[in-house]
Design a protein around this ligand. Sequence first.
Ligand code: F6R
Length: 353
Amino acid sequence: EKGAYPHYMLKEMDEQPSVIRKISKAYESELGDLTIAPEIKQALQQADRLYIIAAGTSYHAGLVGKQYFEKMAQKPVEVHISSEFGYNMPLLSQKPLFIFITQSGETADSRQVLVKIKELGYPSLTITNVQGSTLSREADHTLLLHAGPEIAVASTKAYVAQIAVLAIAAYAIAEDKVMDVKQELAIAANAIQVMVDAKAAIEEIALAYLPIARNAFFIGRNMDYYVAMEGALKLKEISYIQAEGFAGGELKHGTIALIEEGTPVFALVTQEAVALNIRGNVKEVAARGAHACIIAMEGVAEEGDHLVLPQVHELLTPLVAVVPLQLISYYAALHRRCDVDKPRNLAKSVTVE
Ligand code: F6R
C-alpha cells in the first residue's frame, strides 16, 4: 500500500526518520537506555573477533558497523561478502562470532555461510528485517530491524535501520560510552527528516548532473567512503548509470584517468579529519573537467557547497549522508523513465547462489 506515493521507494525513503525512532523505542531498556538482549550482549562480549557476512547494501552497512564495534567497543571486526566467503575463508580467531546482516533474511549466499559455520560449531547472530526468515531461524540469535516491509527492490530504509541497530549493539557492549546513542540517534532522525524534506533541491541536483550522464563517481574518505559505495550501488541499480564509489585517496591511483569534461562526481564531506583531503580530490577532478557536486555536513561545509547536511555525531553521518544519494538516484531514474521499484534483472531477495 503505497497510498499517495508514486513509488514504494519514495515512501520507504520518507519513512526513514520514523524507522530510526521505532528502533530507538524497540531497543529501549526499562532504565531508558538503549541496549540489546543480555544473551546477545554476552555472545558479542565473549567473542574475540566478529565476522560480518552480507551482500550488496547490507555489506555496505556492515562496513559502517565494523567502525562502530572497533571504535566504540574495541572489538575487532572483519567484513566479508557472503558469496566470496565460501572459497576464501579467512583464518579465524579463537572465538569468532558470525554476524549476518540481511534485510530479507533469505539471501542464499549468506545462508550458505551460516550453514557452513554452524557445521564448524561457531555461534551466530542475524540482523534482519524479517522475523521468522530463514537466516533468523537458523542463527543462534536475532536482532530485528523494525523497518517495516521493504517493497522496493533498491534497499533504503533497511540500510539506515541496519546502521542504527549496529550502533546500538556496539554501544551496548562498549565499556566507555563515547556517545549517548539514544540522544544521537534522535538527532540523526531529525537530520534525516531535513534531508527528505529537501527533495526539491535534491531533484534539481539530479537533473543538473545526471540527465544524460553515461557514468558517475562517488567519492569520500573514512565513513564517507562506505556511503559513496552505497550511493553508487543505488544509482546503478535503478538508473542504469554506470557508477563507482571509491576512496578519495585512490583517485590518483587509476580512476582519475576516467574523468572527462562533464563527468559527474559526487563528493561527500562529513568527516572533519579528512575534509581538506577530500576537498583536494574535488579540486583534482574539477581541474580535469569533472562536474563536481559537494555534499557537506554543517561544521565542515563551505560556501559554494551544493548541499548541506545537518550536523550529527561523526559516527552516525552515514545515516544522513546516504539520504541525498538515495534521492539523487531516485530522481535520476525517474527522469530517465526507469522502473524505479522494479529495476531490470534484479529481485528483492536473491535466493539462488
Ligand atoms: C541493494 C539491494 C541488494 C541487497 C542484497 C542483500 O539495494 O537491495 O544489494 O542489499 O541483495 O539482500 P539482503 O539484505 O536481503 O540479504
